[in-house]
Design a protein around this ligand. Sequence first.
Ligand code: IMP
Length: 428
Amino acid sequence: MPNTVILGAQWGDEGKGKVIDIYAAKADYIVRYQGGNNAGHTVVIGGEEFILHLIPSGILHKGKICIIGNGVVVDPKALLEEIETISKKGISVDGRLLISDQAHVIFPYHRKLDELKEGKHGKIGTTKRGIGPCYADKVARSGIRMADLLDDKVFRIKLKDNLDEKNEILSKIYDAPAFSFDAIYAEYTAYASKIRKYITDTGHILNEAIKKRKNVMFEGAQGTLLDVDHGTYPFVTSSNATAGGACTGTGVGPNKIDKVIGVVKAYTTRVGEGPFPTEFGPDLMDRIRKKGKEFGATTGRPRRCGWFDSLVVKHSVEVNGMDEVVVTKLDVLDDLESIKICTAYKFEGRTYDRFPANLRAMEGCQPVYEELPGWKSDTTQVTSYIKLPANAKRYLNRIQKILDKKIVLISVGCDRKQTFARTQPAKL
Ligand code: IMP
């Protein structure tokens, strides 16, 4: 397997967990490059469900090295809880989990500020995990990295500086109680002693591995439309979920990445606030949400659901330099009489065939749809492309034509087994 980035092509929750898990079987190293425990990658193996928020999903495969890259923001409390949860299920991370010494650390004041900002200023609908405030500190050059946490002298100074600033913001802007230096210092030095063994120069390790022709899989979290640069700003997350983030978030140069695979849900969903032109009305919303189990893996929030939006995915193909497409959750559309694909937006007399940066156009536009007949039969037991109903093939072919990208894999259920290649034999 070449060095491959696998990422979400819409607003996240495309079913990447399962796809990453399938490709991980062929990789030697699996690396997360952005986001934090705002992500929720669900993998079902033999009926058992695993939800991973921070640790790369590759950890479920024996012998794989899993890396949390420098572009990730790490909440040590959440990390240790996740290590404990999976170890109770018989999966040990020792010797297989590495964390970048340059990854930034999430502190309780980040979580608090995330929550308070959501309540007071324009609502984004964040996961309230402290992700945005931690990235804001990183960019403001006041963040605390893993390397800083491990050096007591540096940590004391940085924590004090941060608390001086954060406590002033908390009291003066939000009228909220201050955080105690001693309590955070004690809590985080205890975390440091537990996670020290995982922290290292992961960028160098990855580059050395690539020199030795090992295969690296870059595991995207969230989705392209949640990317801080290329998404529906400001209704985005605070990192680069797009393919470029795989380089900045790991320390691997772009010329070392061979392939970008986009995971595309057969319809569209988003969690949180923000424009969503193809959003369903209440009846269909309810039906698809139930059938697709569209509830957040991290927060449990119901996801908003809508028709396939080709402007969104075409934008995603472009900004990621996407080579191939995987279509997930095709089975969720099994019962529908007819299925729509959005091919353009109309706004104030203008027709858009490309994703507009203007939020007002995104919010106020009328989607233009193409309608295709549904297949009205169960696809969850289908094991090969040729056995799909004719109208399901027609839907997939139409998407492939619009995107001008090859669909290589199709998923029709949660289990690893409910996946097949578009061309036989499977070329994973
Ligand atoms: P944050 O990442 O917690 O700051 O949230 C910012 C936006 O990204 C909100 O709309 C969240 O619902 C959304 N978001 C963050 N992580 C995910 C994810 O893994 N899947 C889907 N949406 C997400």
